[in-house]
Design a protein around this ligand. Structure first.
Ligand SMILES: *[C@@H]1O[C@H](CO)[C@@H](O)[C@H](O)[C@H]1NC(C)=O
Ligand SMILES: *[C@@H]1O[C@H](CO)[C@@H](O)[C@H](O)[C@H]1NC(C)=O
Ligand SMILES: *[C@@H]1O[C@H](CO)[C@@H](O)[C@H](O)[C@H]1NC(C)=O
Ligand SMILES: *[C@@H]1O[C@H](CO)[C@@H](O)[C@H](O)[C@H]1NC(C)=O
Ligand SMILES: *[C@@H]1O[C@H](CO)[C@@H](O)[C@H](O)[C@H]1NC(C)=O
Ligand SMILES: *[C@@H]1O[C@H](CO)[C@@H](O)[C@H](O)[C@H]1NC(C)=O
Ligand SMILES: *[C@@H]1O[C@H](CO)[C@@H](O)[C@H](O)[C@H]1NC(C)=O
Ligand SMILES: *[C@@H]1O[C@H](CO)[C@@H](O)[C@H](O)[C@H]1NC(C)=O
Ligand SMILES: *[C@@H]1O[C@H](CO)[C@@H](O)[C@H](O)[C@H]1NC(C)=O
Ligand SMILES: *[C@@H]1O[C@H](CO)[C@@H](O)[C@H](O)[C@H]1NC(C)=O
Ligand SMILES: *[C@@H]1O[C@H](CO)[C@@H](O)[C@H](O)[C@H]1NC(C)=O
Ligand SMILES: CC(=O)N[C@H]1CO[C@H](CO)[C@@H](O)[C@@H]1O
Length: 555
């Protein structure tokens, strides 16, 4: 199995360099069922070749009067979007004026539109067909999700904060069977964080993107000084200990974290007795891909993880000492929350799909892991940044596959409806996703609508390209929730308000928008992977979330 998997990765590299191996694309699309688009975008060059062949015919992607025209296939790869922008910007709403009166153009709340969304939600039953080739998805499971959705309350960000505070104060880790020096160090850290005082001389962080900069800074300092992590050596490749195989694509957070954790001199200890935290170094993507490549049965991978926990808890006494509560995992695949719920539920789980209303994510104990789409593993910072706030001609942008029930609703209301709302299905493929990236660099607001799961790589992409994220994903707990003040740099729009989306965005005064855009730039450093980690980067932020949680829950 391991060999076969290696083999596929080998082929992926081959194909990336121009070999057109259609079968491999099919395999990989099946393999990565949710984001087949991302995997196949790795193949953009070859894929286009397949799709267009030697046709000399033009193909276009028309939305409204700002039409994106893809010219002959030989020009496809150097397709230049800036011309389109020039034209689009002529018709785009002039965001700098009329912000107060613009509300009048729209009815303040169109109740019947809202009701329509509800009706739609209830009747969406054919979702599996939107998954195209993945027609074997379990329909009854999908329907069940919809039924649940109707009765689930929508939790606002401020309510999330309250729940977080409540959970933090009311629930603690299991009392250790015996105490260790590490426990005492954690307690000391906890007291120091609670008593931290503001230091005006510190200028290395932007205070306004944090909920409480004083707390964060103190906690981070103490992490640097104190934290020691023990990494279990047990576990076989590729599922364990093989981060190199997950450095690309939308689940890459788990691979990058594992690689950087393993090579961290500062935070690792070889002596588990000194450890404050124990890392279970597995990849949820490789677990699924290796054990269950063609199945949708999330349960199928659970025994493998259970065996692992049985093994380490039998071989060492660290797990039993705290019931697993000083152990952690970092896993980004859609299945991660489910597969770890039962036998690893006591661990601190850094996972990408963090739905506060689902039993497989526990706010205050688990941690929201950023979902980062890595296009260039050799240089994850390639293409960083975007236009200044005043030079972003596009008002709002979304493009993506029709995963889940929500995106079809978004498209139905906004695709081809309004020249200022650039709301598309998946954009035609070009090299390096250039048009998608250019849209992000040139838009004021980037819509991050959930797909099949609450998280989307768009959230971090928007920050990467300095576009204000507009998150439409009810009950999604955003990354680094414990420390960041998300509402200072992102807009949260309830799913039911999609019909009113433009109105909501227009109602944001210009001053406020400019401030949010500035904050996006300020928070950006915390979402960047570096080949060599740097202070306050995403690696350290993920580790900090885990540390902060461990400290807070110590008795
Ligand atoms: C160009 O494409 C259109 C639509 O795909 C098709 O109807 C037409 O016949 C094509 N023309 C040529 C010359 O291939
Ligand atoms: C699109 O162009 C047509 C013809 O040029 C024009 O009548 C129409 O108003 C335009 N629509 C929008 C939304 O600008
Ligand atoms: C794209 O077009 C713009 C304006 O037409 C031009 O200034 C720019 O150099 C072009 N970029 C590329 C990569 O061709
Ligand atoms: C942009 O507008 C100009 C004139 O209005 C037109 O000639 C040109 O074809 C347009 N370009 C695109 C890409 O729509
Ligand atoms: C937008 O409005 C501002 C302020 O009224 C004005 O200075 C600017 O020229 C306008 N831009 C366009 C493209 O109309
Ligand atoms: C604001 O918009 C209204 C209607 O959309 C228009 O009549 C008015 O001239 C605009 N005001 C300014 C200052 O541009
Ligand atoms: C409200 O929305 C519905 C459905 O989208 C639409 O048919 C109706 O015209 C809208 N009403 C108003 C007053 O805009
Ligand atoms: C799904 O949609 C297709 C047409 O798009 C329809 O023929 C089929 O009956 C639908 N299936 C279900 C289960 O609703
Ligand atoms: C489909 O999902 C339902 C509900 O989750 C489950 O009871 C059923 O066993 C699943 N069927 C298959 C074939 O996986
Ligand atoms: C921030 O945290 C510090 C240290 O825990 C605390 O003393 C202070 O009251 C907090 N500030 C706010 C505004 O909550
Ligand atoms: C930890 O607990 C499990 C379950 O109670 C037990 O089977 C195992 O032997 C214990 N491990 C050690 C090292 O004692
Ligand atoms: C040249 C060409 O293919 N034009 C097409 C562009 O897209 C619109 C809308 O789908 C079609 O109507 C045109 O025929």
């Amino acid at each position: 199995m391991g060999h076969g998997f290696q083999h596929i990765l080998g082929i992926q590299r081959l194909a990336y360099f121009g070999g057109v191996v259609f079968a491999v694309i099919i395999i990989l699309q099946n393999y990565e069922f949710r984001y087949g688009d991302v995997i196949s975008s790795l193949f953009s060059a070859s894929k286009i070749h397949i799709a267009y062949g030697a046709k000399s015919n033009g193909s276009n992607y028309s939305t409204d009067n700002a039409t994106i025209t893809l010219t002959a296939p030989q020009n496809l790869l150097d397709y230049n979007i800036s011309e389109t922008y020039k034209n689009a910007s002529n018709s785009v709403h002039n965001f700098t004026k009329n912000e107060s009166s613009s509300r009048d153009i729209f009815p303040s709340a169109n109740l019947s539109a809202v009701t329509e969304v509800h009706r739609k939600k209830q009747t969406v039953k054919n979702e599996s067909s939107s998954r195209g080739i993945f027609s074997s998805a379990n329909l009854s499971a999908v329907t069940e999700v919809h039924r649940k959705k109707q009765t689930v309350k929508v939790v606002s960000i401020s309510e999330m904060r309250d729940i977080f505070a409540h959970n933090r104060s009311s629930s603690h880790s299991m009392k250790p069977l015996w105490t260790s020096r590490a426990d005492q160090e954690l307690l000391n850290a906890k007291i120091k964080i609670e008593n931290a005082s503001f230091n005006e001389d510190d200028h290395d962080l932007y205070p306004f993107v944090f909920r409480n900069i004083t707390r964060f800074r103190r906690s981070y300092e103490l992490m640097e000084k104190t934290l020691k992590v023990y990494i279990y050596k047990e576990g076989e490749k590729p599922i364990f200990h093989q981060p190199e195989a997950v450095m690309k694509g939308i689940y890459a957070s788990e691979g990058w974290f594992m690689l950087q954790m393993k090579s961290s001199k500062r935070f690792i200890t070889k002596n588990p007795k000194q450890a404050h935290l124990f890392y279970i170094p597995y990849s949820s993507k490789l677990l699924k891909g290796t054990l269950s490549p063609n199945s949708y049965d999330r349960e199928s991978v659970v025994p493998y993880l259970k065996n692992y926990i049985d093994m380490i808890s039998g071989r060492y006494n660290f797990w039993n000492r705290t019931g697993g509560s000083d152990h952690f995992l970092v896993a980004c695949h859609d299945w991660a929350a489910d597969e770890t719920r039962r036998f690893m539920g006591t661990c601190i789980r850094a996972i990408c799909n963090t739905d506060i209303q689902k039993s497989d994510f526990e706010l205050g104990k688990d941690v929201s892991l950023p979902e980062t789409n890595i296009r260039y593993p050799q240089n994850p910072l390639q293409n960083l940044g975007g236009k200044p706030a005043s030079k972003r001609p596009i008002f709002a942008f979304f493009a993506g596959k029709m995963h889940g029930y929500l995106r079809p609703i978004l498209l139905r209301h906004w695709e081809n409806k309004d020249p200022e709302m650039k709301i598309f299905k998946k954009l035609p493929k070009v090299k390096d996703d250039k048009n998608y990236v250019d849209f992000m660099k040139n838009s004021k607001f980037c819509i991050c609508a959930k797909g099949s799961e609450v998280n989307s790589p768009r959230v971090v992409e928007a920050i990467f390209y300095e576009c204000v994220p507009v998150i439409i994903s009810d009950n999604f707990v955003p990354p680094f929730f414990e420390v960041l003040d998300w509402e200072s740099f992102a807009v949260f729009v309830p799913e039911k308000d999609i019909p009113d989306l433009k109105n909501i965005l227009l109602s944001i005064p210009k001053r406020r928008y400019l401030q949010m855009h500035q904050r996006v730039k300020e928070v950006q450093q915390h979402f960047l992977w570096h080949v060599k980690p740097v202070k306050y980067d995403i690696f350290h932020m993920i580790l900090h979330s885990i540390w902060y949680t461990r400290v807070a829950r110590v008795n």
